[in-house]
Structures are given as structure tokens and as C-alpha cells.
Design a protein around this ligand. Structure first.
Ligand SMILES: [Zn+2]
Length: 295
């Protein structure tokens, strides 16, 4: 049996925000079983639970909270928490996004390892889907969850760039597999999109130190950590977005060319299917036209 887990001691980390280019400081504190992971934006007075109903902007990263008081790029940190089975934390952030660090979850694992672990006596209650569910309304993309006894992910991508192309992977999400096969996989960006992103006020902190840089000829900043690092990072992103379920999820997720918006939609569906009575009094996020279907 697994028990709800937090960290043993508070720990701090600071680093560059990939979109703002600002130095951001994060203090992570232990919390009691049943608290969940809660973000606090100390410079804006906002407290935001890490739950799918609070997902905000989802274009290039996952943000929680309302625009202007939100915290963006939470997914690589939350993936590390999910991978380690840590479900109760207070995360104080003094700016609008989490530091990007090296663009993977590995530095976050190191931070959490430094903080140690504190296991409670409260057993973890996973969310188990009883029937398959599919996120619809995204032509050319696919995302579904099927009942399964563990959490496993089958992810495929198909980028029209020779450095990436078609990649696919199936992995059971255990702490060991997450740490070894997913956590080191870095985020990636195309040089061709860099100027466009900067013109929208994004990617101001992006550099060869915090993402795989893809130019016309291929990867421009050294060796990949895995030959299929790109699809591994997509799974890492999915795990981070799935952490917004607030509890471990049991099911087989099959994804093709999905992204943060679809991941968050699936996570909301899982919460609605498994936690309906608890959710009746909670704020709802706007649907932006996508629909869901259970079959
Ligand atoms: Zn990512």
C-alpha cells in the first residue's frame, strides 16, 4: 500500500523563467496529508491549488490561475512530484512562472531529493477510470484513457522536421521509470519560431542551456540525452499535466500529437468521472469549444 507523501524539510531553488527571462525564486514546504499541492504566488497574493479546474493559459506551457495572477510552466515540476509520489506541498513562487532550470524534470528531482521524504499514515486513493474516455475536437490529434491496473502511457508524435519525425514510446509510470527514462528529457524549441514567440512576449529566457534548440539542419546544441528525447519529453509533459488530477491516476493513456490543452482537458475529465460529488462546488474552467465523450 502507498501512503500520502510530502517532503521532510523546506527547500529553495531559483532560476530563470523561460518566458519572462526573469530570475524566479521558489520555496517548497512540507504539507499534511490531504492538502494536495498548492501554489502561492507571493508577489501577487494568489493561492492556486494544483488541480485541473484551475488550469489557465495552455498554449506553450501549463499555467494555473487567472491571467495576471497565474503561475506558468508548472508541468516539469509537477511531473517530478507525480513521478516521486509526492502529493502534498506548498510551493511559494515570487513571479509568474516556475524556473525552467535545464528544461527537464531532473533538477526538480534533485531539489525534491534534497528535501527528503515524509510519508503519512493516510493511504493514497488513486483515481481509477471505469470506462474509456476520449478528448475530441482536435483534428489530427488523439488523446484517450482506457481502464488499466497501473498508469501507462503510449505516446506518438510526428513533426515535419527531420530532427524529430515520427517517434513513439510506451512506458509504465513508476518512480523508477520516471527517473530513468523520462525525467532527463528536455523541452525543445524551433529556431524558426523563436522570433515569433519573442514578439508575443514569450521565450525571453529561452537559451541553449534550457532547451533542445532545433535549427534548419537539426539539433544545434550538442548531443541528445536519448535518441527519442522528444517523445519522452511529451510524456513528461503529460505526467505533469496529469498531476493536476490531484491524485495518482490508474489507466492506459494513448496520445498522438497531443499537447497541454488536451492533457488538461483529459485530466479534468478524469476528475469529473471519478470525483463528481466533490466537484459540484468547485469553479469550472471554460471549455474553449472542445468537447468530451465517454464510450
Ligand atoms: Zn515541457
Amino acid at each position: 500500500m502507498k501512503f500520502e507523501t510530502s517532503i521532510r524539510a523546506s527547500v529553495s531553488v531559483s532560476g530563470m523563467g523561460v518566458h519572462t527571462g526573469r530570475e524566479i525564486r521558489v520555496h517548497i514546504h512540507p504539507q499534511a496529508a490531504g492538502s494536495g499541492i498548492v501554489f502561492s504566488r507571493t508577489d501577487a497574493g494568489a493561492t492556486i491549488p494544483a488541480q485541473a479546474e484551475y488550469a489557465g493559459r495552455l498554449d506553450y506551457a501549463t499555467a494555473l490561475g487567472e491571467p495576471g495572477r497565474d503561475i506558468s510552466t508548472v508541468e516539469h515540476f509537477l511531473a517530478a512530484c507525480y513521478g516521486e509520489g509526492i502529493g502534498n506541498l506548498l510551493v511559494e513562487v515570487d513571479g509568474p512562472e516556475m524556473p525552467i532550470l535545464d528544461g527537464s524534470s531532473l533538477p526538480w528531482l534533485e531539489v525534491l531529493d534534497k528535501a527528503g521524504r515524509m510519508e503519512s499514515s493516510l493511504p493514497v486513493a488513486p483515481l481509477r477510470v471505469s470506462s474509456a474516455a476520449t478528448v475530441t475536437g482536435f483534428p489530427g490529434k488523439h488523446l484517450e484513457i482506457r481502464p488499466a491496473a497501473d498508469l501507462r502511457v503510449t505516446y506518438s508524435i510526428d513533426f515535419p522536421h527531420p530532427a524529430i519525425g515520427k517517434q513513439a514510446m510506451t512506458v509504465v509510470i513508476t518512480p523508477e521509470n520516471f527517473r530513468k527514462h523520462l525525467a532527463p528529457a528536455r523541452t525543445f524549441g524551433f529556431l524558426a519560431e523563436y522570433e515569433f514567440l519573442k514578439s508575443k512576449g514569450l521565450a525571453r529566457g529561452a537559451s541553449a542551456e534550457n532547451c533542445i534548440v532545433i535549427g534548419e539542419a537539426g539539433v544545434e546544441n550538442g548531443e541528445l540525452r536519448f535518441a527519442d528525447e522528444f517523445v519522452r519529453h511529451k510524456i513528461l509533459d503529460l505526467v505533469g499535466d496529469l498531476a493536476l488530477a490531484g491524485r495518482p491516476v490508474l489507466g492506459h493513456i494513448v496520445a498522438h500529437r497531443a499537447g497541454h490543452r488536451m492533457h488538461a482537458q483529459l485530466t479534468r475529465m478524469i476528475r469529473e468521472a471519478c470525483l463528481v460529488p466533490d466537484l459540484l462546488s468547485m469553479p469550472r474552467s471554460s471549455g474553449r469549444g472542445e468537447s468530451v465523450s465517454f464510450r
